[in-house]
Write a protein that binds this ligand. Structure first.
Ligand SMILES: [Fe+2]
Ligand SMILES: [Fe+2]
Length: 155
């Protein structure tokens, strides 16, 4: 029972990241829309759905384990004022959740909860190979092209 609770606690900590990511991507996507950066809007709006799917998986697993999903807690959200700040701040959340996911996967596996670890591995793949990669690529494009040229490609 104690082990189960420690896993539920990890899942709730991850949920706090997913919910914060939903909020942050949501606001950033609306800012991009307001500035007519269509490509950035579409991508961030799509991330909102991805993070909602992550939250859905975590909440379902917490309920399956007999826990209570904590939907009130969020890690700090940082709304950027410029496109590079916004991309960097999204990257910061993804980096934070990557570290936490790795820690949680190790914890679940050491307590033989492979059901939870399987879900977390799927989240880790999306986080590393999709969300983080895309953000890093954008920040690299800004470095190579310069901000003005990069923003032209985002219209
Ligand atoms: Fe996520
Ligand atoms: Fe993400």
């Amino acid at each position: 029972m104690k082990v189960q609770q420690s896993i539920i606690d990890y899942l709730n900590r991850i949920l706090a990241c997913e919910l914060a990511a939903i909020d942050q991507y949501f606001v950033h996507s609306r800012m991009y829309d307001d500035w007519s950066y269509k490509k950035l809007f579409e991508r961030s709006d799509h991330e909102v759905s991805d993070e909602q799917q992550h939250a859905h998986l975590i909440i379902s697993r917490i309920l399956y384990l007999g826990g209570v999903p904590d939907i009130h807690t969020r890690i700090p959200v940082k709304i950027g004022k410029t496109v590079p700040e916004m991309l960097q701040s999204d990257l910061d959340i993804e980096t934070h959740v990557t570290e936490l996911l790795k820690e949680a996967i190790e914890h679940c596996e050491s307590h033989l909860d492979y059901g939870s670890s399987q879900i977390l591995i799927k989240l880790l793949q999306d986080t590393e190979e999709d969300h983080t990669l895309w953000l890093e690529q954008q920040l690299n494009h800004i470095k190579t092209l310069g901000l003005e040229k990069y923003l032209m490609t985002c219209m």
